[in-house]
Design a binder for this molecule. Structure first.
Ligand code: CMC
Length: 376
């Protein structure tokens, strides 16, 4: 009774209690709470607890979880040493993938897959990811590494380690909201990748390493960097119309638009649009915001009928640029947050695992004879 669905479109391949998406209505919830509600009222650390425990924490539970996460920010000296040996020209997503993998060397029991061990490893990797990204960025800029501060939140600590100064409350909040919005999203490609790898009873490091590799692709998390490149290529507001129309005429994609699941506007894009507008005005980046809204207008006129709307990556480009992040850190920011979702799915997969093993439909020839090499 097999049916083939290219790109597995419409195939239900796992059960999850973490995020719910209604692509027709543009709804996203984490454990039943609307993403908008969480973005307004929660914070990233609490959101991670929510995803991993499928309920909101009590005050004391949140404090304990936060304390545990923050106590793991430090990278062991050998990992710092490894970062110093990576070529400065390396791309941060390649660095992150390699470093997540290499954290297994520092674990006495890297293959332990019982649920408490998987949670423990996930928490350590989540806590160390910002440290890896910030330390590599400072090394490549020829700056001293800034050690983490355990009195700072996940988001504030990252910006502190990156820039050497504690962010303003506005910047910390803006960044934290981005982290909340990117934390989980059903069975997207990288999450599926993580679940497929862990379903062999491989290990948390392997599953997360593979997920980072998947996220890097321009059809997935890499799109936020491509959006920024596109905004840079468009010299003025007047140039937006010919640029977009030229691309559509050549059947090229406008990055940051379209989604396999959403056929209405992605609710994360709606929230990020408001955030991008405020931050762009505060930081003198209105031109980026105006170009973005112009692109959105043209796309609405030309392709909205096909269900193509801005996705999470579109306004995150202006948001991250206004926060002061360099272009090649945009996708690592996505990864830094999505590790929460990947890890949650790894834990769900391990809890009642069954190996993923779909089939391929063979479309080649049959009954061919082997031809000796001299006769070919
Ligand atoms: N610009 C122009 N046309 C598009 C776009 C776009 N961004 N996306 C889809 N289309 C068109 C596509 O050309 C096709 O048209 P037609 O039916 O006339 O041939 C139709 O829409 C369906 O496209 P598809 O490739 O079959 O749809 P899909 O579900 O496989 O693609 C997607 C989903 C995200 C890969 C695609 O929309 C895309 O390439 N978008 C640009 C990259 C991007 O922004 N990716 C981030 C996705 S959201 C966050 C994340 O997952 O990380």
């Amino acid at each position: 009774m097999s049916t083939y669905s290219k790109g597995l479109e419409g195939v239900v391949a796992a059960e999850t209690r973490m995020s719910f998406i209604d692509g027709e209505k543009g709804v996203l919830e984490y454990v039943g709470i609307a993403i908008d509600d969480l973005a307004r009222n929660s914070n990233f650390e609490e959101t991670v607890f929510l995803l991993w425990n499928t309920r909101l924490p009590k005050k004391s539970e949140l404090e304990a979880f936060r304390g545990d996460l923050r106590s793991r920010y430090d990278l062991p000296p050998s990992a710092i040493d490894a970062l110093r040996h990576i070529p400065k020209s390396a791309q941060p997503m390649h660095v992150l993938r390699t470093m997540v993998s290499s954290l297994a060397f520092l674990d006495a029991h890297p293959n332990a897959n019982d649920l408490p061990s998987a949670r423990d490893k996930s928490l350590t990797i989540l806590a160390r990811t910002p440290t890896i990204i910030a330390a590599f960025d400072r090394i490549r800029r020829g700056l001293n590494i800034v050690p983490p501060r355990k009195d700072l939140s996940f988001s504030a600590n990252f910006l502190y380690m990156l820039n050497g100064e504690v962010p303003t409350p506005t910047m910390e909040r803006a960044f934290d909201v981005c982290m909340i919005l990117h934390a989980d999203h059903g069975l997207n490609n990288s999450t599926f990748t993580a679940r497929v790898v862990i379903s062999t009873l491989s290990d948390v490091y392997s599953a997360l390493t593979a997920a980072v590799g998947s996220l890097r692709g321009p059809l997935h998390g890499g799109a936020n960097e491509e959006v920024m490149e596109m905004l840079g290529e468009i010299p003025s507001l007047d140039a937006v119309e010919p640029y977009v129309m030229g691309k559509l005429a050549k059947k090229e994609r406008i990055m940051g638009f379209g989604h396999r699941v959403y056929k209405a506007i992605d609710p994360r894009a709606t929230f990020l649009k408001t955030l991008a507008k405020q931050l762009a005005a505060d930081t003198g980046n209105q031109d980026l915001y105006e170009k973005s809204t112009k692109i959105e207008e043209i796309m609405a006129r030309e392709v909205a009928a096909k269900g193509i709307y801005p996705n999470v990556d579109f306004y995150s480009a202006t948001t991250y640029h206004s926060i002061g992040l360099k272009l090649d850190l945009f996708t690592p920011m996505f990864a830094m947050s999505r590790i929460a979702g990947w890890a949650g799915h790894i834990i769900e997969q391990l809890d009642g695992n069954r190996l993923f093993r779909p089939k391929a439909e063979y479309v080649g020839p049959h009954n061919e004879k082997y031809v000796p090499i001299a006769e070919r």
